[in-house]
Design a protein around this ligand. Sequence first.
Ligand code: DOR
Ligand code: ZN
Length: 344
Amino acid sequence: MNELVIRQPDDLHIHLRDDDVLPLSVGHVSTQFRRAIVMPNLRPPVVSTAMAIEYRKRILAVTPTGRLFDPLMTLYLTDRTTPAEILMARESGIVHGVKYYPAGATTNSDLGVTDLEGRFKVLEAMMKHGVPLLLHGEVTDKDVDIFDREKVFLDSVLLRVVKEFPDLKIVLEHITTSDSVDFVDACSEKVAATITAHHLLLNRGDLFDGGIRPHHYCLPILKREEHRLALLRAAISGSPKYFLGTDSAPHERHTKEASCGCAGVYTAHAAMECYAEAFDSVGGIDKLEDFASTFGARFYELPLNTSYIKLVRKEQVIPPTYTYSGGAIVPFRAGQGLNWSIET
Ligand code: DOR
Ligand code: ZN
């Protein structure tokens, strides 16, 4: 198949940020996606509906004129989040989930939750009001090897949450292991997962390919090839539990090419082309539309988009950087080719 026309997709997990890079990230995401679930890990984080409303306005203010793009906002769960805030979030109509970061797990997560059990009243309110819980599923215990942190999270945290809150909608974000696939498969239809393009295209060898590759460093960290293959199988399985979430995360060039580099891969410039390449590599291009445009929308109880995009098997070369007023972003596949393109 050399051409594919699909319903316009949604990116159900993205970092747009909030400063001078915002126009770049919003420009890219809104070229491809009709809607996006926007992560709240700003500095300071988006902890209230009032903050989410203001952030949404800032996103819309930099959305290119004439482009239809709907930012779906999230709140950042902290040790101080209250059940009353959850009700307010639900009633606002603009907040679509609450994000759990274990304190210290990743970029801007220092205000994350230190004690999830202490937040069970909040989870109860989320279950009651139908607000999904979005999880960064890793433990932060330094005694746990970085490659095992996702698996240990499943056993030590998620199993308990799923049992205590059987009707709570949960998205295990950016899964990276066959263990997560097995876990999600075994849960009810309330539990789903997003899969990034970079975790479908790279394994942990790509972190050290001829030298250290800071632009491939993200969290959860890339895993072994057998895990990448398990993610690909899940993505093309046709199971509605797996849907698209890029986790595209801009970091200024010098903060990644550093002695202690930030975690995050920027894929917003060519997200659908990356997914097309991954799906095509295993003969699953016909499964891309449901993964990108149907399953996530259904999970979030959103209407299906009515516009369409066209992907063609045609090489494009990615620029080495994208510049903006505050610096430069090195995108995924910088200076290299991707073998699919979007035709407008
Ligand atoms: O690689 C990542 N980057 N993982 C995350 O969980 C956060 C994200 C970011 O915000 O940069
Ligand atoms: Zn993320």
